[in-house]
Design a protein around this ligand. Structure first.
Ligand SMILES: Cc1cc2nc3c(=O)[nH]c(=O)nc-3n(C[C@H](O)[C@H](O)[C@H](O)COP(=O)(O)OP(=O)(O)OC[C@H]3O[C@@H](n4cnc5c(N)ncnc54)[C@H](O)[C@@H]3O)c2cc1C
Ligand code: FES
Length: 504
């Protein structure tokens, strides 16, 4: 991917060498983002020998360095929706999981001496238009019903549409995600854990009392338990993926004079909502970080326009914003009923999975780790049933939205029959990619800077949807379940494990 986040530019990611031989441990974790590293940490604390492997050479995840790291206990899809989709009891318990996650991050920072710029602050939900007051009223009522601390605000930190009010949620949080991940790496390794980058999971077997993981290089890791924390699960081809939809979201960040923007989490009520926070930069400046402009992955290629919209929106509300110094994008996995799938993998005894974070993977990843540790060490797992990856979708609003999301998968199948984006590779400029039809085949073609063209099959190696060109990140996105491939077809992101095939 071509863009990189402020966090990455600020502190970077550490590298670790690939696994070079067969190994044995108590727990193997596949994926070193917030979910994988948080879970590895909890197991290492209990004295388990942990091995973490990651496809990337760097440790810290693919989406984790692209986050904006709001630590919100308020649900971005609204508790009133969750109550409709599930129940008041479930919404109350889910809120407890988010509170537990923020508390856990604060405790780990303190216990491990991690200076990750953690701060408690208020969250403000502002209506984008007067008609959205209905949503806010319903959310207010839902929050009061389940015991979430919330109050009305007549004045908000950004101008409110006439005749509207905002909602204020105390005791939310924010931190620097990569300073935190670096702290977790040190804490896991300090307890004897091993971490390997450039080590790709390709297969596994569960047998009595354990799991064996196979890597692309042919090494085996034998463990008592395995956790798949690969953002989009690589251990399961279909089941969980029918309950997830991948969305791409965009972020700009630029300096503002210190004190000109209040240190709050702010978000609005648009379907692709704006989300805003500050990151302290120095004595005179803060960094204003603004996200939004989401769409279904692979279904838009107008990223310049989306960044321009974000910039206009930001300048209109924060006149001290001095222009975007950083621009990046990333992908979130939207679950059918607003909550992540985290816990024992359906049908397995010693295999666990974490996915479906929506836009709240910082808190969900840590709540997942709390739940995972409770299941692993056979303690009372308060959130296990609520977040069970095997839970069934429920009827209601969420399902209607979700079915429309899944309609994209069906539409994608018809792409086997349609033409390409361009008639031939001659139309491609250096640095551009496009889908081309050749006979019955769809080809993913990319022209390199030296003028040569790389051609790969456009059929995603997960379960066969046609990939789409992402002109911003210069990669191939699969709209069905979120796989991403480099221009030469190598995998960036699961659920695909294998590269795009050679073109016929
Ligand atoms: C722009 C943006 C803004 C966001 N803002 C917020 C926010 O404000 N608050 C919030 O709570 N959440 C936010 N999120 C969501 C949150 O960042 C993500 O949900 C979270 O980072 C996902 O973490 P993860 O550990 O599941 O995945 P990742 O960080 O992607 O880690 C998964 C790892 O698995 C590895 N992997 C994949 N396949 C294999 C394989 N076959 N073998 C070995 N390793 C493999 C990958 O290389 C990767 O390193 C945001 C996301 C984005 C994109
Ligand atoms: S990610 Fe599932 S078919 Fe591409």
């Amino acid at each position: 991917m071509t863009t990189s986040s402020f966090w990455y530019e600020d502190v970077g990611l550490e590298k670790r060498p690939p696994l070079a031989a067969d190994a044995q441990c108590d727990l193997v974790v596949v994926g070193s983002g917030i979910a994988g590293m948080s879970s590895a940490y909890e197991a290492a604390r209990f004295g388990w020998r942990v091995i973490v492997i990651d496809r990337a050479e760097t440790i810290g995840g693919v989406m984790t360095p692209r986050t904006t790291a709001h630590l919100a206990t308020e649900l971005d899809d609204y508790y009133y929706y969750l109550i409709k989709a599930r129940s008041e009891d479930d919404a109350r318990l889910y809120h407890e999981s988010q509170v537990a996650a923020v508390n856990r991050i604060e405790t780990i920072c303190r216990d491990e001496g991690i200076d990750a710029d953690f701060a408690r602050l208020e969250g403000i939900l502002v209506p984008a238009e007067p008609a959205h007051m209905r949503d806010l009223q319903q959310e207010y009522d839902a929050c009061r019903a389940i015991g979430v601390d919330v109050e009305w605000l007549d004045q908000a930190p950004i101008p409110l549409p006439d005749g509207t009010r905002a909602l204020r949620f105390p005791n939310q949080g924010r931190f620097h995600p990569l300073k935190y991940i670096r702290g977790l790496i040190a804490a896991v390794e300090g307890r004897g854990g091993k971490i390997h980058g450039g080590t790709v999971y390709v297969d596994h077997q569960e047998e009595d009392g354990g799991v064996t993981i196979e890597t692309e290089a042919g090494h085996k890791i034998r463990a008592r338990a395995a956790l798949f924390a690969t953002n989009s699960p690589v251990n399961d081809k279909v089941t969980i993926h029918t309950k997830l939809v991948p969305d791409r979201t965009y972020v700009i960040a630029g300096p503002v004079p210190k004190g000109s923007v209040p240190d709050l989490l702010i978000w609005d009520t648009l379907e692709a909502y704006h989300y805003v926070r500050l990151q302290p930069l120095g004595e005179t400046e803060d960094l204003l970080i603004v996200g939004g402009e989401d769409h279904r992955s692979g279904m838009a290629n107008d990223m310049d326009e989306r960044f321009a919209h974000l910039e206009t929106w930001t300048r209109e509300r924060f006149p001290s914003f001095q222009g975007a110094r950083y621009r990046w994008s990333g992908q979130v996995m939207e679950p059918v009923d607003f909550m992540p799938y985290t816990g024992r993998n359906p049908g397995n005894r010693n295999i666990y999975v974490h996915t479906g974070d929506s836009g709240q993977g910082m808190t969900n990843g840590v709540a997942g780790a709390i739940n995972f540790a409770a299941l692993l060490f056979e303690q009372k797992a308060h959130f296990a049933e609520l977040l069970d990856p095997a839970r069934k979708p429920v009827a209601g609003t969420s399902l209607a939205d979700f079915v429309s999301g899944r309609a994209e998968d069906v539409a994608n199948l018809s792409e086997y029959l349609t033409g390409g984006d361009v008639a031939s590779v001659d139309e491609l400029k250096p640095g551009e990619g496009a889908i081309i039809r050749r006979g019955t085949a769809k080809i993913a073609a990319f022209r390199q800077d030296d003028g040569t063209v790389i051609e790969r099959s456009a059929v995603c190696t997960h379960v066969g949807c046609i990939v789409h060109w992402n002109g911003l990140e210069k990669c191939w996105d699969c709209p069905c379940h979120g796989s991403q491939f480099q221009p030469d077809g190598q995998v960036i992101n699961g659920p695909a494990i294998r590269p795009l095939a050679e073109a016929d």
